[in-house]
Design a protein around this ligand. Structure first.
Ligand SMILES: Cc1ncc(COP(=O)(O)O)c(C=O)c1O
Length: 374
């Protein structure tokens, strides 16, 4: 009997004995095609030599040093790279150990931002139904996955929730896409007004919805309208790109295709592609600036944040994504979202929707400052 509390308490899963490329092998030698890369994680496949080499080198140099006392080159270089590759002034990076931890970090950073702005009454997030932002209590509270929330509902903060932007299910017969989008934005505005704009910290959404709806992109103009309302009423825009970011939708960040600049971006999964547990929050300059000029510290922290080996793995993953995916497919008819190991060579697989590919024009958009800070 296993002593692990497995996801299914009545049945232990097969033992993953080794993995290479797209295949995981169990301890009886049976091969499993890891077509989804786990839960949309292993976007480079298993055993990428560049990532393994970077991890080995980092382990030999320094496997761990607490961030209260030290920084490390791998974390600094990863943060430089993420900041450089992100549009606008998304220049600040907080490294944690996964998507839920990153979401908790974003929620707390947003709250502290308003505290330090002298607006302590801002204590409410607005989010969407049929969304998923993680399984820790804060992330679960903003999420709209009812099945996951139900047992823990009494422990969760109240979050006003609006409809998802889910055209296939939500647009009425005879309604145009633009009218559907406008109705969703009216709903958001009504919710902001009902809650009281000066009570709201921010609006939280997945740019492209993953776990709770499949793979649902927004309608054209939806996020531009959301950004407009956030600016009008002074809300922060927090985009969760744990599943859809890091190249998965054809651009490094899915929001690049929406022409908006969020205040905070939440990353996980494809950031480290499964080689190490890592997540991150990207924050715009005004967010970090306010804390720096105020209390001087973000009141948060985890033992394993900024972990050297996790950072080294993620840095190597980012280099491979840029080199083998974006570079190769800049002008190709298939904007690749992920690179995978095929039997003898690395190849790119297209997983961006045809709409996002069309809208991306299958060219890599300019990464640096394409939009003015909203
Ligand atoms: C959009 C989104 N946000 C957050 C999370 C939580 O990430 P993690 O499972 O790494 O805590 C997930 C996980 O599936 C996700 O899809």
């Amino acid at each position: 009997m296993s002593h692990i509390i497995h996801r299914n308490l009545r049945r232990a899963p097969p033992v993953a004995a080794r993995a290479a490329g797209l295949t995981v092998y169990d301890n009886h030698g049976r091969a499993y095609l890891d077509a989804s890369g786990g839960a949309a994680v292993s976007s480079l496949g298993h055993g990428h030599p560049d990532v393994l080499a970077a991890m080995h080198a980092q382990i030999d140099r320094c496997a761990y040093a607490h961030t209260a006392f030290f920084t490390c080159d791998a974390a600094e270089e990863l943060a430089d790279r993420l900041a450089n590759d992100a549009p606008g002034d998304l220049d600040h990076v907080y490294l944690v150990s996964g998507g839920s931890e990153a979401m908790e970090t974003a929620l707390k950073l947003a709250r502290q931002y308003w505290l330090e702005a002298g607006q302590p009454q801002r204590a409410t997030f607005i989010a969407r139904r049929q969304s998923y932002h993680g399984n820790t209590l804060g992330a679960l509270a903003v999420g709209g996955n009812e099945w996951r929330r139900a047992p823990f509902a009494p422990l969760l903060i109240d979050v006003p929730r609006i409809d998802p932007c889910y055209e296939y299910r939500g647009r009425a017969d005879g309604q145009t896409t633009d009218d559907y989008t406008a109705a969703l934005l009216r709903q958001l505005e009504d919710t902001i007004l009902r809650t009281g704009p000066r009570n709201v910290i921010g609006f939280v959404a997945e740019t492209v919805v993953g776990a709770t709806a499949g793979a649902v992109p927004p309608t054209p103009g939806y996020f531009r309208g959301v950004r407009r309302l956030c600016d009008q009423y002074g809300l922060l825009l927090i985009l969760d790109e744990v599943m859809c970011g890091m190249g998965r939708c054809g651009t490094l960040y899915a929001f690049e295709q929406e022409g908006v600049l969020p205040d905070l971006v939440v990353l996980g999964k494809g950031l480290g592609a499964g080689y190490q547990p890592i997540g991150a929050v990207l924050a715009r300059a005004h967010i970090v600036g306010r804390l720096r000029d105020g209390s001087g510290a973000f009141q948060h922290g985890h033992t394993y944040m900024g972990h050297p080996v996790a950072a080294a793995a993620a840095l190597a993953v980012q280099k491979v994504i840029q080199r083998d995916t974006f570079a190769e497919h800049r002008t190709s008819a298939t904007c690749a979202a992920a690179a995978c190991w095929s039997a003898s060579n690395w190849c790119a697989t297209a997983s961006a929707s045809s709409r996002s590919r069309r809208r991306a024009g299958c060219t890599r958009p300019s990464r640096r400052k394409p939009w003015r800070a909203a």
